[in-house]
Design a protein around this ligand. Structure first.
Ligand code: KG4
Ligand code: ZN
Length: 363
């Protein structure tokens, strides 16, 4: 079965074709970061409009990537990736089903309602035109299942740590649709905490990666920032107090390069210790042998190093999918669509979008 996946829940337009026999045939991703950076965060209405501009060119591109000139399908060596600029709506797209797509999966939630509606409407319209089913996918389920797409050795059950700009979730992934949220952030998401900390020290949005780079040259013991919720039982997280501690430290500091690097390093150390401690707790609680890390913060080198070394003594391992699968992408939606359709072909129904959608409501 061949599934076209469409992701448009936030500030990335992602499209991909997943083939159950050959894997990922083609993928394309467009990030709106530049568009939103001057506002210091994602502006929902601008996000929707930009999805409208990019979605058809990207679908056109992945369909071409999945079909060669003579109409034969391309095999995985030909996977096309692109982040190039796409022209705006002036062009008319005649999207033919030359890539022999069997179904379309789109992100139905959670996310920004306008952005979700762009993907949902295009997916439903194409499916109607091509007379194939369309299936609405839970964005977080896409993240949870993405490691299964390429790392053949990670099977159910496993733990997942989803750490992005919008989410901080620790999930027990028992089987398809059987997820228990063990812990989540009660306030800011961890990526959001990185971005806000970076912003208050004058770094441009999204400051997470730059803060992490600064942390590499700073002294992680220069400041003793709180390790939020570590003393409390349970697996929830809280990052807003840490952000306040950083603000106080920054205001009292010389506000120079050295202070910035030391605060970045001390902040990162507090975040990493908090995340790793909770993951270890979750492993002891569930007995799972693997933790899959997804989401943009999964790129953080200190987090990766600490998880790898701290889990080994527990007989568990940390799995880091490739960066392009960690961040928002169309491939994970195509893959989740295939898994769901394989289990239950009737699950392709005209679903409306759900901007708020608790993961554990899935069955
Ligand atoms: O999953 P993602 O690409 O997208 C959404 O959240 O939608 O995650 C982006 C988040 C941002 O908050 C960014 O600052 C953070 O991941 N991030 C990092 C690093 N790379 C990206 N945070 C800490 N260290 C990094 N190396
Ligand atoms: Zn995401």
């Amino acid at each position: 079965m061949r599934v076209l996946g469409i992701e448009s829940s936030c500030d990335e337009t992602g499209v991909a074709v997943y083939d159950s026999a050959h894997g990922l045939l083609s993928e394309a991703l467009y990030s709106q970061i530049e568009l939103h950076s001057r506002y210091g965060g994602v502006v929902p209405e601008l996000a929707s409009r930009d999805h409208i501009r990019k979605i058809l060119p990207l679908i056109d591109e992945v369909l071409r990537g999945a079909t060669s000139e003579n109409g034969q399908e391309n095999l995985p060596e030909d996977v096309s990736k692109s982040s190039e600029n796409h022209s705006t709506t002036s062009k008319t797209y005649h999207l033919q089903n030359t890539a022999r797509i069997d179904a379309i999966a789109y992100t139905a939630g959670p996310g920004l309602v306008g952005a979700l509606l762009v993907g949902a409407t295009v997916a439903q319209s194409l499916a109607f035109g091509w007379n194939i089913p369309a299936i609405g996918i839970h964005h977080m389920e896409g993240h949870l299942l993405s490691p299964l797409m390429e790392s053949g050795d990670t099977g159910f059950p496993f733990l997942a740590l989803l750490v992005s700009g919008g989410h901080t979730l620790l999930v027990d992934v028992k089987a398809l649709g059987d997820y228990t949220v063990l812990g989540q952030s009660v306030d800011d998401a961890v990526g959001e905490a990185f971005d806000k900390t970076a912003k208050l020290m004058g770094l441009p949005y999204p400051g997470g990666p730059q803060l992490a780079a600064l942390a590499d040259v700073g002294d992680s013991q220069a400041y003793d920032f709180p390790r939020p919720m570590l003393k409390k039982p349970g697996l929830n997280f809280s990052f807003s107090g840490l952000k306040t501690a950083v603000l106080l430290a920054w205001n009292k500091s010389a506000q120079d390069e050295e202070a910035r690097a030391n605060i970045a390093a001390s902040f990162q150390a507090a975040v990493v210790e908090t995340l790793v401690t909770k993951v270890k707790r979750a492993i002891k609680h569930t007995g799972r042998g693997a933790v899959v890390v997804a989401g943009g913060v999964g790129a953080n080198r200190a987090l990766r190093a600490s998880l790898t070394s701290e889990l080994a003594p527990l007989g568990a391992r940390a799995v880091f999918p490739p960066a392009r699968l960690c961040t928002d992408n169309g491939a994970m939606i195509a893959y989740a669509g295939w898994r769901r359709l394989q289990r239950d072909p009737a699950s392709a129904v005209a679903a409306s979008v759900r901007p708020r959608w608790p993961l554990d409501e899935l069955t």
